[in-house]
Design a protein around this ligand. Structure first.
Ligand SMILES: Cc1cc2nc3c(=O)[nH]c(=O)nc-3n(C[C@H](O)[C@H](O)[C@H](O)COP(=O)(O)OP(=O)(O)OC[C@H]3O[C@@H](n4cnc5c(N)ncnc54)[C@H](O)[C@@H]3O)c2cc1C
Length: 495
């Protein structure tokens, strides 16, 4: 039986980035994907002439020197066509629409328009965001193995300890809310509402719970360049999988892996059809939520990731609607992305209190039939309520109506312009993307030191690594790609 060098469980962005890097270095890589599609939460599916994005829609890291730009450069592949977004998105609040511009000077003019009473403080805050975010970026691009678990991880972090990183200390120990206090902005309800919306979208949390350095890194990333990738972000997954195959690797679709065991110096990976594969090393890209199902009990007990603790950590679900929509409904706006924030929503920032509408670009004919666009609406949702069978259908209908009605309020004729409408809940995410209990987007930060609870790419089991949104630096296609590259770095250094 062939023994692979590295088996990768899950063809999400993390696993594919790791697989591409390792196969380029000559490793015999096999990727095992449970479903029929590549890209996981940033994948796609097709229905009735539309291409729908399974979760993620907003692409980042494609600017010069960005994570994907550098990855593509190092692999020698050409980036797919994409539309640069400016404004990044329009943010709709009950009394105004804020254009979230990419260019700093344009964004600062927009700040003057919407926050005239505190404009200097808001700009000073953003100056800090850009300054600190750039330092965080530089450190993370070094692919530190964080939190350090071995002497070599600690030693590997030494080069990062310099004057620049010491400037980070206040932001490693405070929340965004604490920083806002310094600028006299913590009680400014409009600015806090706006910022909560942006943080929820990028870091899955609000100003009071968000470690400052994490929030700053995410906020400044929007301004480096946000893109609608043609064909959706799944195009990136397809290109990375193709690269792996060209390098001699194998990508097995419809191959769910479970109960990995160790035997004579290699790992045995079983699929549902009881087929067995062998590999010297394994990278798990199917989230720490699934670790205890993917490894045999004997291997899992060697990991520091304990089932009970893992299950008790906070995570969000997602409620999503995919639909076709007539493009004329959006003829008055050039923005493809629209965020809706309802500060009066009794549920808070989730379950419709904050949500994103993404439209495919008119330049991207592969996403929808002529005259139509592929559309995604997505909001964070409280997971618990979706597992009560009795109320499932009524809750789904309620959420569907809530989101559609809000968009209808801002864009006349929206609901009449819809073609097919496909709502999805955490149950859908569990079924199609195997996200345990429907948890998506990693762990939501819960306070200033919550980042210290991150899981590193080490699982604690020798020669088994992990990557993806439950691994440092966390969720988003950028974060998971970085953890994929960190895992590849460890594999190629032999741990
Ligand atoms: C609604 C929503 C909107 C989002 N919006 C954005 C956005 O606009 N921009 C952005 O950058 N990020 C966004 N994100 C976050 C981003 O999509 C995720 O953080 C990222 O895609 C997760 O990647 P991953 O590598 O962790 O793997 P995942 O995407 O979780 O993929 C894991 C893969 O593993 C497979 N798998 C699971 N179990 C097994 C098994 N036992 N055997 C084999 N295969 C298995 C799954 O089928 C899946 O394909 C969004 C997420 C959601 C849910």
């Amino acid at each position: 039986m062939e023994i692979y060098d590295t088996a990768i469980v899950g063809a999400g962005f993390g696993g594919l980035a790791a697989g591409a890097k390792l196969s380029q270095q000559g490793y015999n890589v096999a990727v095992f994907e449970a479903s029929n599609e590549l890209g996981g939460s940033a994948g796609k599916y097709e229905r009735q002439g539309y291409r729908f994005q399974s979760g993620a829609t907003l692409g980042m890291g494609f600017e010069e020197g960005g994570v994907f730009d550098s990855l593509y450069d190092s692999l020698g592949i050409e980036k797919p066509p994409m539309t640069l977004l400016n404004p990044i998105m329009d943010i709709h609040l009950p009394d105004r629409t804020i254009h979230y511009y990419r260019e700093r000077h344009e964004w600062y003019l927009e700040i003057d328009r919407h926050f005239p009473d505190v404009k200097e403080q808001v700009k000073a805050f953003y100056d800090e965001v850009f300054r600190v975010g750039a330092i965080v970026d530089k450190l993370v691009l070094e692919l530190p193995i964080f939190p350090p678990r071995t002497m070599s991880d600690w030693l590997g972090m030494l080069p990062a300890v310099n004057i620049d990183s010491s400037r980070l200390i206040p932001y490693l120990t405070q929340t965004i809310q604490q920083r806002l206090k310094k600028f006299g902005l913590a009680d400014h309800s409009l600015f806090v509402t706006f910022l909560n919306g942006e943080l929820m979208d990028s870091v899955q949390t609000s100003v009071d719970r968000c470690p400052a350095f994490l929030g700053y890194a995410a906020l400044q990333t929007f301004h480096k360049g946000a893109y609608a990738v043609h064909g959706g972000l799944a195009t990136i997954a397809e290109q990375l999988a193709e690269f792996i195959k060209q390098q001699g690797g194998t990508v097995f679709m419809r191959h769910p892996i479970y109960g990995i065991t160790e035997e004579e110096g290699s790992f045995r990976l079983k699929t549902k059809r009881e087929k067995v594969y062998k590999s010297k090393q394994v990278i798990l890209n199917n989230s720490a939520h699934n670790l205890h199902d993917t490894l045999s009990a004997k291997l899992a007990e060697r990991s520091y990731i304990k089932k009970e603790k893992e299950e008790s950590r906070e995570a969000w679900g997602a409620f999503i609607i995919h639909a076709g929509v007539k493009e004329e409904v959006f003829s008055d706006t050039s923005s493809l992305y629209h965020q809706f924030i309802d500060p009066g929503n009794p549920e808070g920032l989730h379950d419709g209190g904050q949500f994103l509408l993404s439209l495919s670009s008119g330049e991207d004919s592969g996403m929808a039939p002529p005259g139509m666009r592929s559309l995604t609406l997505s909001t964070h949702t409280d997971l618990a309520k979706w597992w009560d069978k009795e109320h499932y259908d009524s809750r789904k209908q309620l959420m569907h109506d809530r989101l559609i009605n809000i968009v209808d309020h801002y864009f006349k004729g929206f609901s009449d312009g819809l073609d097919i409408v496909l709502p999805g809940t955490p149950v859908t995410f569990q079924k199609w993307l195997r996200r345990n209990s429907g948890k998506v987007g990693g762990y939501a930060p819960t306070g200033r030191f919550s980042w210290l609870n991150s899981y590193s790419v080490r699982t604690g089991v020798k020669n088994i690594y992990q990557c993806g949104d439950t691994t440092f630096p966390g969720a988003g296609t950028l974060g998971v790609t970085l953890s994929g590259l960190m895992a590849a770095k460890l594999v190629s250094k032999q741990g």
